[in-house]
Design a protein around this ligand. Structure first.
Ligand SMILES: Cc1ncc(COP(=O)(O)O)c(C=O)c1O
Length: 411
């Protein structure tokens, strides 16, 4: 039996593969199927013992890199102290309280309390409920192409009918406006409870709005008395070259929704707002919104360590600088080969390929060359790239050459 350096054998890996195929609920007919042994920095090491470059960060999670030693140490320390001890909001747990404090210090002024949950969709649900309870209104506004998660509430404010239709009656009333169109914002009036928006649409195809859009949206929400809910699940934690993308436009939301990189590789979501606003969920009746595992102490320890690494190593600034150079090099190398409109902010990058078939061939050709990337959920001809913010520049340059080679091979 072949053993690799961790002691796992190839027949064991085959057994995992078989269990995956038989016993894990599928999400598509063609999963990527990479058998993972371990992961470190921008690398995922497969069962074949070879390193794969993760240009997806596990879809926007591993912003400080996979299995960061400081995160692993924080998790180990918390593991020695305690795991779950009580439902959220009752006991005082050091890592949860300290992470809340440090997170609120890092988010825009006025956002001084966080409600921790377990995932992005759950944080969106909390924000949507908060908007109704705080305003006494029912209506929501969202944007075409948006993705906010797959629970019923989050799906209801998604911007793609394809994923809503199979599930029947959703939350209503919801009005969908065109993304990036300032004139359309006039539809936001004093019947709207909350407006939810991604500062840069991710699954909608890595779409950066015109500079005036988010400030105009914030002003419109303020006039209408509607809560502005910024979903920074994907764009948060340095991804776009700012710690939070809203900083780029000087926009302060009423509610900031976070997840993915928030937990440093562990499951964690949160919605951040003023303490007065969040207090609405604690009254009439008390315990209006509760969760068992929200703000799990191990996830908070992991997330806290990751945020400290991000701030100490100035990873948002690095993403801004490295991202600009990377986009220029992607443009120079890939656009002559048929890629179009290389775009993005920081290390959140997208480009178009001619159609879904070419995109699928390109993704497979990159996988064969051990570079992991993919298309966006709502646009199967858009390649999305979001590497860990710690990926060395020469590795990013090498990835451009691999992508060029893959593109040449499939077009
Ligand atoms: C912008 C955005 N919001 C919300 C979500 C949902 O997060 P989760 O998958 O943790 O529920 C995602 C997930 O991809 C996302 O990209």
């Amino acid at each position: 039996m072949m053993k690799d350096e961790t002691g796992s054998s190839s027949s064991e890996f085959e057994a995992w593969r078989a269990a995956f195929a038989r016993h894990l609920a599928p999400t598509s007919a063609e999963p990527i199927g990479l058998v993972v042994d371990r992961a470190e920095g921008p690398w995922i090491v497969g069962a074949d013992g070879r390193r794969y470059l993760d240009l997806l960060s596990g879809i926007g999670v591993a912003n400080v890199g996979h299995t960061h030693p400081r995160v692993a140490a924080a998790v180990e320390a918390q593991n020695r102290r305690h795991h779950h001890v009580m439902v959220y909001g009752e006991y005082i747990q050091e890592e949860q309280a300290r992470y809340a404090e440090e997170l609120c210090a890092a988010t825009p002024a006025g956002l001084d309390a966080v409600y921790f949950v377990n995932s992005g969709a759950e944080a969106v649900e909390g924000a949507l409920k908060l908007a109704r309870k705080a305003t006494g209104r029912l209506r929501y506004v969202c944007f075409a192409g948006a993705y906010h998660g797959d629970t019923f509430g989050a799906l209801s404010v998604g911007g793609n009918r394809l994923y809503q239709q199979p599930f029947g009656t959703l939350l209503s009333p919801v009005q969908v406006l065109p993304f990036g169109d300032e004139a359309a914002l006039e539809a936001i009036d004093d019947t709207v409870a909350g407006v939810i928006v991604e500062p840069v649409q991710g699954e909608g195809g890595v779409r950066v709005p015109p500079d005036g859009f988010l400030p105009a949206l914030a002003a419109r929400c303020r006039r209408a008395g509607a809560l502005l809910i910024l979903d920074e699940v994907m764009t948060g934690f340095g991804r776009t070259g700012r710690l939070f993308a809203c900083e780029r436009w000087g926009v302060v939301p009423d509610v900031l929704v976070l997840a993915k990189a928030l937990g440093g590789g562990y499951p964690l979501g949160g919605f951040v707002a003023s303490r007065d606003l969040l207090a609405v969920l604690a009254q009439d009746p008390p315990l209006s919104h509760v969760t068992t595992f929200g703000g799990h102490p191990v996830s908070c320890a992991a997330g806290r360590a990751a945020l400290q690494v991000m701030l100490e190593e100035r990873l948002p600034e690095r993403a801004e600088l490295v991202g600009e150079a990377w986009r220029a090099s992607l443009r120079a190398r890939l656009e002559p080969l048929g890629a179009q409109d290389v775009r993005g902010l920081g290390l959140f990058v997208g480009f178009d390929l001619p159609d879904a078939a070419a995109t699928s061939r390109f993704v497979t050709a990159c996988l064969e060359r051990r570079v992991l990337l993919g298309w966006t959920l709502h646009h199967d001809n858009v390649i999305r790239l979001c590497p860990p913010l710690v990926t060395p520049s020469d590795v990013l340059t090498g990835a451009v050459e691999t992508m060029a080679e893959a593109l040449r091979a499939v077009t």
